[in-house]
Design a protein around this ligand. Structure first.
Ligand SMILES: [Zn+2]
Length: 177
């Protein structure tokens, strides 16, 4: 960047320091032309494009305040919400884009919220995905139930396989003895 004092197009870095939270680097620079010093801050930019087209910096706080209401009365702690916000940020940063649609941020909230608390998930999804009727709730609940059934089947299969192995190995021992 140009020197802010004399507009010289080059500068020398005299000091670099990473911020305490590790999300930015502050550099002290010196202009080789006029000798004056100035600072720059480098961050991995991530902006959210709101529905009205306005850009605002991604904020974990905004994620948490958006989800907190759906978690009212549920066994969800501030620590849980902080972890959720971190997961959402990791998911949206993983896309590599420096700007992301508010809509995509909303979508990125759904999977970690479902893992955290299914009731809060349903509440949030009902507002976010604009559920219009009981059918929408029914459909979402059906999906959750199917996944529960799938998980239960996998568990049952795993324990059945485990039992078979246990019985065959004890049978094996029996033969050997
Ligand atoms: Zn200068």
């Amino acid at each position: 960047m140009f020197c802010p004092f004399c507009r010289h197009p080059d500068s020398r870095v005299v000091d670099s320091r990473t911020s305490d939270d590790g999300t930015s680097i502050r550099r002290r620079r010196q202009c080789p032309n006029c000798g004056r010093r100035f600072s720059t801050t480098e961050t991995a930019s991530l902006a959210v494009i709101k529905r009205n087209g306005v850009l605002e910096p991604f904020s974990r706080e905004k994620i948490i305040s958006g989800v907190r209401k759906a978690c009212q009365g549920r066994p969800v702690t501030d620590g849980d919400l902080a972890v959720l916000a971190q997961k959402v940020e990791e998911a949206v940063r993983a896309s590599g884009a420096s700007q992301i649609d508010a809509n995509e941020v909303g979508l990125a909230i759904l999977p970690p919220l479902r893992e955290l608390d299914e009731v809060a998930y349903l509440r949030y999804a009902s507002v976010y995905q604009a559920f219009e009727s009981l059918d929408d709730f029914e459909e979402s609940i059906r999906q959750l139930r199917e996944e529960h059934a799938g998980a239960a089947r996998r568990e049952a299969d795993a324990s059945a396989t485990g039992a078979e192995q246990a019985s065959s190995s004890s049978a094996g021992r029996g033969v050997g003895e």
